[in-house]
Design a protein around this ligand. Structure first.
Ligand code: CTP
Ligand code: CA
Length: 222
């Protein structure tokens, strides 16, 4: 079975894919982030381009640029928010594989913070929820979200699907994806359908997601 076992056409579709972690600075030396490698998002961008889509990749991971894909590098959640929301009105779909930091330090020190004896407290404030905002502004775009969970996968997935107005949520257990070249995912669709896959290479998961997207486009056509 090849990495590109099935691949429906996404010809003529403008697709925004986000990938990787965001980083939230504490001072010039340190930041808060997460374990996302960006591999899943890059694999989706590649698969969508192969399927004929016009792809913009907004990424917090600095992996090698993909040919034929417009790549926009960002660092923080707020930068990702601006780049995605500004492009959203022209997009046919957004696939949010990025692991966006939910919080950032309230204050960013201009100088290196020096240690002192005892504990240190950092106040964190909420970042915007990009995907939720896209859900609110949704016209006829198809929205695909991701969720990596440690527990209560189904319950959390269904809740995210609903509150963010998604068409598809791709969920996995955190231990099945971070840092790996493979992933084991379940698709949760807005119409209640569910599809669980065996563990497979992320490149193959990406093809499944693109095929599901092609089906969602087909279903939304008048
Ligand atoms: N997401 C986003 N902006 C954020 C947080 C998350 O766009 N500030 C997107 C992610 O890219 C992902 C989806 O929302 O596609 C779900 O992210 P996740 O972190 O699993 O969900 P949260 O809503 O942040 O809930 P929690 O972290 O509390 O589980
Ligand atoms: Ca989160």
């Amino acid at each position: 079975v090849s990495d590109f076992f099935t691949q429906k056409s996404l010809e003529g579709k403008k697709i925004i894919v986000t990938a990787g972690p965001t980083k939230e600075a504490l001072d010039p030396i340190r930041f808060f982030s997460n374990h996302s490698s960006g591999k899943m998002g890059y694999a989706i961008a590649e698969a969508a381009r192969r399927a004929g889509a016009e792809v913009t990749l907004v990424t917090g991971a600095a992996l090698a640029d993909l040919s034929g894909v417009t790549t926009v590098r960002v660092t923080t959640a707020r930068e990702m928010y601006d780049e995605v929301v500004n492009r959203y009105p022209e997009a046919d779909a957004v696939i949010k594989a990025a692991a966006v930091a939910d919080y950032r330090p309230e204050h960013v020190s201009m100088r290196k913070i020096k240690k002192s004896d005892g504990a240190m407290t950092v106040t964190m404030v909420r970042n915007p929820d990009i995907l939720k905002e896209l859900g609110v502004r949704k016209k006829d775009q198809v929205l695909i979200g991701f969720a990596a969970e440690t527990d209560h996968l189904d319950e959390n997935a269904r809740k995210k699907l609903e509150t963010k107005h998604l068409d598809l949520l791709v969920a996995n257990h955190a231990s099945d994806s971070f840092g790996e070249d493979t992933n084991k995912v379940t698709f949760f669709f807005a119409d209640g359908k569910e599809q669980t896959f065996e563990k497979m290479p992320k490149r193959q998961v990406a093809v499944r997601i693109c095929d599901a997207l092609a089906d969602l486009f087909e279903m939304s056509e008048p």
